[in-house]
Design a binder for this molecule. Structure first.
Ligand SMILES: C[S@@+](CC[C@H](N)C(=O)[O-])C[C@H]1O[C@@H](n2cnc3c(N)ncnc32)[C@H](O)[C@@H]1O
Length: 242
């Protein structure tokens, strides 16, 4: 019977998820999602192993003419999908050089290189403090790894966040890069440490609102994939996604 995941001791699951996304030598170099074909480079998060990329890409708002920042873009599916569906300026960031390259491939494949810039960045570090976006989104590496965890392969960044440092940074710096009226989203699954992100939200004066969710059974566990909006606690923002 399927059991819900807990936030404790998910590290083993993190390692098996990493192995799954790393794949074998016969891992496909292309895949279909959202009715489109996409390139997939080695060492990049494989969106066909999880419902997250497709679900979040469908649920996010892409206001006409807006600017979108996709943090941790992986193959660049959400970034390119946003550019094809209304966003005028898209920035795709990832700590993994292979992911940045992959996002560039997919922007070229879908004819949106004029609207999508992809850059290597540890969270917001490659941006200027003045860079502002209407929509900021991250499908995060929700599994908490210990503070002394040593990354040995870039693909590990797709699943594991050492000491939850990247999540902490997202909550602290994300709001600073919002344009007036901009919206900050986090795609967060139930393998993650919800208690910690609730604490980060409180520390930054944010409240967490659930926008949409989906569940998928993996072997003996049910995983929830939730699109969360991080809203300034004193804001009256009640706008719903289209
Ligand atoms: C769950 S994967 C999502 C990939 C892609 N957005 C998708 O939905 O298919 C998380 C992504 O975040 C990236 N990432 C993790 N930590 C990061 C950091 N500190 N700075 C930038 N990107 C990071 C990973 O390399 C990975 O590509």
């Amino acid at each position: 019977m399927a059991q819900p995941t807990t936030n404790s001791n998910n590290l083993d699951i993190g390692f098996s998820e990493t192995a799954k996304h790393e794949g074998t030598t016969d891992r496909p170099m292309e895949f279909e999602l959202l009715g489109l074909r996409w390139d997939l480079l080695p060492d990049v998060f494989a969106p066909f192993h999880s419902p997250s990329t497709e679900a979040y890409s469908r649920w996010l708002p892409y206001p006409e003419g807006s600017s979108l920042l996709e943090m941790g873009c992986g193959a660049g599916v959400t970034a390119v999908f946003g550019a094809l569906n209304g966003c005028r300026h898209v920035t795709a960031l990832d700590i993994s050089p292979a992911a940045v390259e992959n996002a560039r491939h997919n922007a070229a494949r879908h004819g949106v290189v004029d609207r999508v810039r992809a850059m290597e960045s540890d969270m917001f570090s490659a941006l200027s403090p003045a860079d502002r976006f209407d929509v900021i989104f991250w499908n995060s590496n929700a599994v908490e790894a210990p503070e002394d965890f040593a990354y040995t392969r870039d693909i590990e960044w797709s699943i594991l966040d050492r000491g939850y440092v990247s999540h902490r940074t997202y909550f602290r710096e994300g709001p600073q890069h919002l344009a007036e009226g901009g919206r900050l989203f986090l795609g967060f699954n139930s393998r993650g440490n919800r208690t910690l992100i609730e604490r980060f939200a409180k520390e930054e004066g944010l409240r967490i609102k659930e926008i949409n969710s989906a569940s998928r059974v993996f072997e003996d566990r049910t995983v929830e994939f939730r699109l969360l909006e991080l809203i300034k606690a004193d804001s009256a923002n009640t706008v719903s996604t289209a």
